[in-house]
Write a protein of this length. Structure first.
Length: 218
């Protein structure tokens, strides 16, 4: 039984970077449930990809398109007066099917849908305690909700990393970064913790409080 899931939302898949989303989908297929919500289905059709689960209320795509994927599980949700978004419905399904690790695609779009971006970030916080790991990715960045925890990973020296407080205040310390705040306190709205830089290939960030960690790749 797979315990990981990749959720493809009805969001932004920039044409110049389709290779990234296609590659991610193919690489994750062996050990993750591939879930697509509603209008995100068009991305799969256009790029000859196959999801394991199709979920939505069909307000942004033609329900007849699901016939292109006879092997996929399909869950239809009522569109009128629904209490959850398609993304929330996908996370609920994961929560109820013993999924522990979540990665979300199509959720980052800063061109004109900043409301959706912020909504998706806070959606991850709302479901954070239901999963071991939750993050959102696109071709150049990764967004991870943190709450009283240490996050460790690897990257390339010179890559940018920001920690954005979303609780009244946070304490933040780091290893492997150019600047180590050494447990300094930052209040909500302060921008000082933004745009730190990886100084080593391995790094860790310890946050007391709630913060959004944003990694910029190159």
């Amino acid at each position: 039984m797979k315990t990981k899931a990749a959720i493809y939302l009805n969001g932004s898949y920039p044409p110049d970077h389709l290779y990234f989303y296609i590659r991610e989908c193919k690489n994750l297929a062996d050990n993750s449930f591939i879930i697509v919500t509603d209008g995100g289905l068009q991305f799969f059709i256009n790029n000859n990809l196959s999801p394991d689960l199709i979920l939505g209320d069909w307000d942004s795509t033609d329900i007849r398109l699901i016939k292109s994927f006879p092997k996929a599980l399909t869950i239809s949700m009522p569109g009128d007066g629904k209490a959850l978004t398609d993304g929330e419905m996908a996370l609920d399904w994961c929560m109820n099917n013993n999924i522990t690790d979540i990665v979300i695609y199509g959720g980052i779009d800063t061109t004109f849908e900043t409301d959706q971006l912020l909504g998706n970030i806070f959606m991850m916080f709302a479901y954070k305690n239901k999963f071991s790991s939750t993050r959102m990715r696109d071709y150049c960045q990764e967004i991870i909700p943190l709450e009283n925890e240490t996050f460790s990973s690897h990257g390339r020296p010179g890559e940018m990393l920001s920690v954005v407080p979303v609780s009244d205040e946070i304490k933040y310390e780091a290893k492997g970064l150019k600047y180590n705040p050494k447990g300094q306190t930052f209040k909500f709205g302060q921008t000082m913790p933004l745009r730190n830089e990886l100084a080593a290939s391995r790094f860790s960030v310890k946050v007391t409080g709630r913060a959004v960690l944003i990694r910029h790749f190159y």
